[in-house]
Structures are given as structure tokens and as C-alpha cells.
Design a protein around this ligand. Sequence first.
Ligand code: NAD
Length: 503
Amino acid sequence: MYKLRMFINGEWKDSLNEQKSHIINPANGTIIAEAPSGNEEDASMAIDAARRAFDSGIWSDLSAFERASYLYKIADMIEENAAELSKLETENTGKPLKESEYDIADAVGCFRYYAGIVTKPSGQTYHVTDPVQAMVVREPVGVCGLIAPWNFPLLTGAWKIAPALAAGNTIVFKPAEITPVTTYRLFEIMKEVGIPDGVANLVLGGGATVGNEIAESDKVDMVSFTGSTSTGRSIMKSASGNIKNISLELGGKSPNIVFADADFETAVDYALNGIFLNAGQVCNAGSRLLLEESIHDKFIERLIEKAKKIRVGPGDHPSTEMGALVSNEHMNKVLEYIQIGLDEGAKLACGGKRMTNNGLENGYFVEPTIFVDTKPDMRIVQEEIFGPVLIVQKFKDEEEAIQLANDTPYGLAAGVFSQDGAKALRVIKKIKAGITWINAFNLAYNEAPWGGYKQSGIGRGLGTFGLDTFTEVKQININLDVKPTEWFNSVESDMGTIAISNS
Ligand code: NAD
């Protein structure tokens, strides 16, 4: 069993309250690790350490090149330990090993990407009225509180930690309480590469305690949060005390639109990938499949045939294609939504049950599930289920496809499948979503911005946008002709006031 600790001011620590929690392997319910359940005091210690480190300039005063050299070393060490980290990620989240390997490789790429771009030219100059030269520089925001979810633990950590450190900030990181194992290893790596004390701090514990303290503290300058929309709303309130910078990557209910002229097998393949990757626990999952009427029945038939063949099992089994859901609690939430769908009158086309056969009885497995005959106002159509549950909607033309696609409070991602390029682009341009694909789904790149419209978030992670998120913009105006302006006192007078004549 792994014994995890927090990392504050360069030292490994247990929680001041000495409380511990058990970390569970969702594939079989066994305990894999023991972690401190930190509280507000632990968070506060970590925030103080990050504050002191930032104010000392120990990190922000390094050149971008020097900071980048640490990031490259972190990337190298993640890569060297990729096999172990992938195994741990699978043990902690339940996802198939193949997916964990992909996530870890992506995290390596993320550290390298930000190490690379932070040394590139930045800032702007402006030709303003002579004799002034105006320019803009980017500076670190300060102490950044980084709060992450459980679905891609190490990867979402990398998406925040790499740009925040590259930009010169100090950080307090809080992983989701149920999936801290790979993040703990990442902090071991950061210690090993010699990140200065206090620059990167790790606090383990709950959202209402540790997370809220980070969001509320006046000593924190920015919160970067990835998680559910309801928590995002609460973080906006907590962060308002000192008007923190906030970046929110929230939930989604993303439409995947398939027109009758799409390449049929490609669209079926991506529809499966869109909802059953990581058992649907993906913020940008294509959880709503919008099918043009004329292909609806044929498409569903093929989809069911393929969904039934998905090999569900423990993530560490070489032939597993879909793993367990992350926890018993989350599995029950997903099963509850399936019941809600049935009660609302939607028709179950396949799946719908917990899986307890063939040695899966102690894990949290749910069948690949597809609902048809849905109506736009049903809860299963409007709300994020975050599990292997696909909601199918039917449309008759382009206009209705766009209207249905935009008809939820979310706006994270969207896909369109059609062999008519002009139509596909026309539709994508009308959809309110931050991440879109044509004839593909689920693709993500460290180089390209990530984030949503509407209630799917504020700001963008990744790409150059992700680095900008962790900076403040400073305008510098330099006077090139140093002499008094004589705006005041231009007229010789010994009086402080002007005598106004009434005549
Ligand atoms: P969650 O909102 O329950 O928790 C996310 C994190 O916030 C956890 O670390 C949690 O401890 C913390 N937290 C909870 N309450 C808090 C509070 N009051 N103050 C501060 N922190 C608090 O989300 P989750 O269940 O861990 O993750 C699933 C959600 O994350 C889904 O909605 C998914 O769509 C979203 N997500 C979004 C993206 C994206 O890029 N848009 C990526 C991954 C996940």
C-alpha cells in the first residue's frame, strides 16, 4: 500500500489533524493507498509557503530559459517513469492501461511544450505619439491555486502546473481527493529535479475544506479550476473576496452531429469513442449523438452491435477496452441517471445495468448504455451524466441540428460528420462550443486552446492561451524626451486661483 504525504515548502508532511483516507482501486474495491485528509490549516500553510516563495522572487526572477530547464527535467523524469505512472493511474482511476499510457505521454508533451514556448519572444510594442515608446510585457500572476478533478489526474495536473510554473508563478495544487496517487509521484519528481522550496506545494484533502480555503484566501492571486459546473459556481463566489483571476474548465453535454452524407463507419467509430472512452468520464464526451432522421435506425443498429462488443473489465487486463467508473459513489450517480431516463420515458437501446459477472462484482462497472426516443427537455438530455451513457436525438435538417446542438446550458465541445465540407463548417460556425471537430471527435493537443462557452467555463487552457492565462499584462510607457511638460504653471502668476470678473 502506498503512503502518500503532502508537500509543503519543500518538505513531506502529514495533515496537522493526522486524519487519513483510503484510496481505492475501482476495478476491485481494494485499498491501494493511504493519504492525509488535509484541512484548511494545511492549505493555509501551503499558501503561506507559496506566497513567501513568490514574493522572494526565487522563481519569478529566474530567466524563462532557467525555468524551462526545470520543466524539461520534469518531462524527462515523467517519461522515464511512464510505465510505473501509467500502472498507478490505471489502479487509481480504473481506466484501461492503454488510456493511461496515452495520458502520461501527453503530460510529458505538455511540460515540454511549455518549456519550449516560454523562452520564445513575448510582449508587444506600440507606435504611439512621440516621444513615447509604449510596450507590453507579461508577468506572472503570483500565487496560483490549482484545483483538479479525478478523470485525468496526472494530465489535468500537467495542464495547469506546466504553464503556471513556466510563467513564473508559485503554486498550491489540490488533486481530487479520490485520485491523488500519480500527482503525489509528480511532486516526488519535482522535488528530485530541485524545484526551489515553496514554489510547488501539494495539499491533499476535500473540496469544501482545502479547495475552498485555496479559493477564498486573500494570499492567493489566481484560481485555476477544472471540475463540475456546480463547483465552478461556488469557486467563483469564494474567489470574489480579493477579486482573484479565475480560470474555469467545467462540464459539458457535447453534441456529436451525424448527417446522412457522412462516412458511415467513421461516424460510428467516433460516436463510440466519443462516449465510451474513459467510460464516458470525459468533460468533452460526445454524450449527445444527433442523427439525421434518414440514417437513424441503421446507425443505431450498427452502434448497438459495436457497443455490445466493447470489452469491459479491469484496466490492467491487456484486452480491456472500457474500465470501471472511478468510485462506488459515482457509479451510483450514473445508475441513478439511467433510472431517471427510464422514468422520463426514454427507451434503452442497450446496456443500462451494473456489471457484476466474470469477476467484476467488487468493481464499479456499468454497461455501455444507449438511450433513444429522447425529448430535448429530459434531464438525461440536459444534464451531464459523466458515464458510459449515450443520449441519441433525431433531427430532420441542418437548422434543427444546430438548434438541438445549442439547446443545453453547456458549450464545451461539438463534432460534425458530413462529407460536404461547406455544410460541416457552416454548422460548426453556428455551434456555441470552444472545442470542435469535423469528421472526428475527442482529439486534444497541447498546442491548441482548451475550454468552453456558456456554463462550460471561463478562459482557456493549453496552447499559448494557456500560458497567457497564468500571466498579467503590464503596459510600460517610456518617455524618450525627458523634460517637464509644463501642463501646469505655464502662466507666470503668484496666485493659486484665477480671479473671475463678474462684468
Ligand atoms: P468536482 O467539481 O466535484 O471536483 C473537482 C475538484 O474540485 C476536486 O479536487 C474537488 O475536491 C474540488 N472541490 C469540490 N468542491 C469544492 C469547493 N467548494 N471549493 C473548491 N474546490 C472544491 O468535479 P469532479 O467530479 O472531480 O470531476 C468531474 C467534473 O469535471 C465533470 O463535470 C467534468 O466535465 C469536469 N471536467 C472538466 C474538464 C474541462 O477541461 N472542461 C476536464 C475534466 C473534467
